[in-house]
Design a protein around this ligand. Sequence first.
Ligand SMILES: [Zn+2]
Length: 189
Amino acid sequence: MTIHVQPVVRPEACPALVLNADFRPLSYYPLSIWCWQDAIKAVFLDRVNIVSEYDKVVRSPTFEIRLPSVISLKTYVKPSRHPAFTRFNVFLRDRFTCQYCGAREDLTFDHVIPRSKGGQTTWENVVAACAPCNLKKADRLPREVEMWPRQNPFAPTVHDLHSNGRLFPPNYLHDSWLDYLYWDSELEP
Ligand SMILES: [Zn+2]
């Protein structure tokens, strides 16, 4: 019996970083990355330019193409000034720091006004909190336990998250992306 070993092409591990037409990421938080299928589709629809490629190739009976690692939109899209309300972005706003004791480990989320007391899941009411503080505060109001967030929770701008993001580089970035991620103050006119 012969086992045919596929060449090591794992396209699913090859996302493409998507840049706007000005060569800045379309979005930072979350970072704009598309799966390879969407990237290739956009190439064929002529909506993007390929800026950089992986070594990996995908083939069909009629074509063969190296997977793009960085693509840029042909048409500029005005970026949103308001980042999405996500768990990651709450952590980033709070600089991955418990808003009650300053711990940086074992982080969870706390509703400043507990949900059971009508607190909403919004930028203005959710903060990063370490598990021990969360446990201690439990289902009570800040004044009941004398635990106040270090900063009043607020809806950040993209700029706020950018400033904090530079302190916390993402865990995994493909080499070809790095040139497009850290541009800021140095290159800005
Ligand atoms: Zn804490």
